[in-house]
Design a protein around this ligand. Structure first.
Ligand SMILES: *Cc1c(COP(=O)(O)O)cnc(C)c1O
Length: 222
């Protein structure tokens, strides 16, 4: 079941790369396993999946010791949780303020490589959504670049839900433009983390390098 879903999702990613003139295999898949059982994670690993995303720290801390895979934190970050995140994850996609960034760098254990981070951008400018405003991205990127134990890899967004494919593309396009702008300056970003089960093809059309997919692989969450 999980293996079959994974094959289908990967096939759709490869088709979208072709259809939108993206380089073959330029889009990687993060399997979002939040609120999914360890049995399902095991199945996905046996089917070859290597990168997993979790949103809730307490839940993730139970799963992480059980599997030698690449763990990405994709949930909102309370500053009293940064130590465990810095210790246990390879990536954090949801950095959106300097205090959290500074703490993650300070608390990253020295025997580990730098923590890979993406800045979360509130691309649809929704008051209730997390992420920084577009105009604050460059200053935060500049600050993060000075932190010894972080490696700034790119940008991430969760746009407002749209059913229409072209409307989905319009929102992802904004994040791509911002990413291109930073890459014309002193930043060397290689990651554009955008697209979920309902909109990942539109994200690939607009340049996503990593899609975060949960329910299309694992089914409905508990
Ligand atoms: C839950 C979640 C996903 C996956 O959502 P699906 O719609 O199940 O694919 C992706 N990104 C983030 C940040 C999430 O919280």
């Amino acid at each position: 079941m999980i293996a079959k879903n994974l094959v289908q999702v990967i096939a759709r990613i490869r088709e979208a790369e072709l259809r939108f003139s993206r380089k073959p295999c330029s889009v990687s898949l993060l399997a979002v396993s939040k609120k999914q059982s360890v049995g399902k994670i095991q199945e996905a690993i046996e089917a070859g999946q290597v990168a997993f995303g979790e949103s809730y720290l307490q839940e993730a801390l139970i799963k992480i010791p059980q599997f030698q895979v690449e763990w990405h934190f994709i949930g909102s970050i309370q500053s009293n949780k940064t130590r465990k995140i810095a210790e246990q994850f390879s990536w954090v996609h949801t950095v959106s303020d300097i205090h959290v960034a500074r703490r993650l760098s300070q608390q990253r254990p020295q025997h580990l490589p730098p923590l890979n981070i993406c800045l979360q951008v509130n691309i649809s400018q929704e008051a209730e959504k997390s992420g920084i405003a577009i105009e604050d991205v460059e200053p935060l990127a500049a600050y993060c670049s000075t932190l010894a134990n972080l490696k700034l890899r790119g940008l991430m967004a969760i746009p407002a839900y749209k059913k229409d494919f072209m409307e989905q593309r319009t929102q992802f396009h904004l994040l791509k433009l911002l990413w291109d702008e930073l890459n014309k300056k002193q930043f060397h970003l290689d990651t554009l983390s955008m697209g979920m089960s309902e909109d990942f093809e539109a994200a690939i059309a607009e340049g996503a390098t990593l899609v975060r997919i949960g329910s299309a692989i694992f089914g409905q969450r508990a």
